[in-house]
Design a protein around this ligand. Sequence first.
Ligand SMILES: NC(=O)c1ccc[n+]([C@@H]2O[C@H](COP(=O)([O-])OP(=O)(O)OC[C@H]3O[C@@H](n4cnc5c(N)ncnc54)[C@H](O)[C@@H]3O)[C@@H](O)[C@H]2O)c1
Ligand SMILES: [Zn+2]
Ligand SMILES: [Zn+2]
Length: 405
Amino acid sequence: MKALVYNGPRDVRVKEVPDAKIERPTDVLVKITSTNICGSDLHMYEGRTDMEKGRVLGHENLGQVVEVGEAVDRIKVGDWVCLPFNIACGFCKNCERGLTGFCLTTNPGTAGAAYGFAGMGPYSGGQAEYLRVPYADFNCLKLPDDAQGKENDYVMLSDIFPTGWHATELAGVKPGESVVIYGCGPVGLMAAHSAMIKGASKVIIVDLHPDRLALAEQIGAIAIDYSKGSAVEQILELTDGEGADRGCECVGYQCHDPAGHEVPNATMNDLVKSVRATGGIGVVGVFIPEDPGSRDKLAKKGKIVFDFGLFWIKGQHIATGQANVKAYNRYLRDLIHADRAKPSWIVSHELALDEAPEAYKHFDARDNGWTKVILHPAGAQKNPKRQSTQKKAVRKEAAHAHSPV
Ligand SMILES: NC(=O)c1ccc[n+]([C@@H]2O[C@H](COP(=O)([O-])OP(=O)(O)OC[C@H]3O[C@@H](n4cnc5c(N)ncnc54)[C@H](O)[C@@H]3O)[C@@H](O)[C@H]2O)c1
Ligand SMILES: [Zn+2]
Ligand SMILES: [Zn+2]
């Protein structure tokens, strides 16, 4: 089959690789029709992880089941399914409590497994024609009969929509509260969408890419361009000097200053300053235990200089980690089905698998207009003309989806 293979820093190639196949009776095989490129793929693409050469990338996958293992009960050939990026067993101590991002079975020795991901087990990714899905009865999210019509929405259930939602859960967002989000990439935009759906009174989002900030404005968020002045000061001004009730970190360890120089503690310390005393901070942007590729001495060892004193004095709390996608995806699916959520408004490109190397280049450079790329390994690229008119309609609906829920 054809698949996108990691071949070293900033070098990915579409190649013939051995076919994905059923390996255990609890597996299913899925023909991938949509698979996204994620900001998490970029950490690997840039050579900032210990990703092994030759591995197939792709953890945001949706498709149709083409084969089921002997021990699979619930999932049938022909089902349309979206796969959480976490691969979980469903029966370990953490899975039992809904913490499927920290499954103790699927990546023994650590907690948490994923498709095509550095340090998260040997599993192949879905930027490929087919994907093997372990513990399929547990991991597959079945999609309703509008699966194909809303494929661009449902594919966001594999990762970024639940991850954005998770950021707001970790921060403790409640109706009527104000929320500040650092990072207006796909994850930050999904955190904004989630905060709106939850009934936040004010959603403020920080980045420096005008195209991304404009997408956030389309759903009613207040955009702050931190290249045009201190984000913290602008947030304090917007919140009567108090700071926002809640803060979300949606950038991660490669956060940088306006000139593009990485400052690994920038967003965490800005959040402590931007969130009010006793407020909550949810951190879904990835931070890693070792980052040998960093220029920062401490960051090489996975450490940052953190304003702990201010954090303590303000009585804030922080919660962190990979999103437990299964804790939310069923409910977010139903919001999409009911037209109360429309995550596809951020999709900028739908491309064939062969175009993936080019797409990685543009997305990695955060080139203007490259917000979220969906690859369609099983089919031709959709008609760009139809896409642009569709998109206008989608944006309208996304705004509508936020009207009081
Ligand atoms: N916890 C999880 O389960 C999970 C899941 C998916 C992605 N992630 C992580 O979330 C993060 C964001 O993912 P994405 O797909 O949106 O990536 P992205 O790289 O496309 O977006 C990050 C955005 O942050 C902005 N940024 C950089 N420095 C900043 C700063 N100092 N202040 C404000 N904004 C700044 C960038 O301009 C960019 O637009 C990544 O670290 C990714 O690995 C985590
Ligand atoms: Zn992802
Ligand atoms: Zn488990």
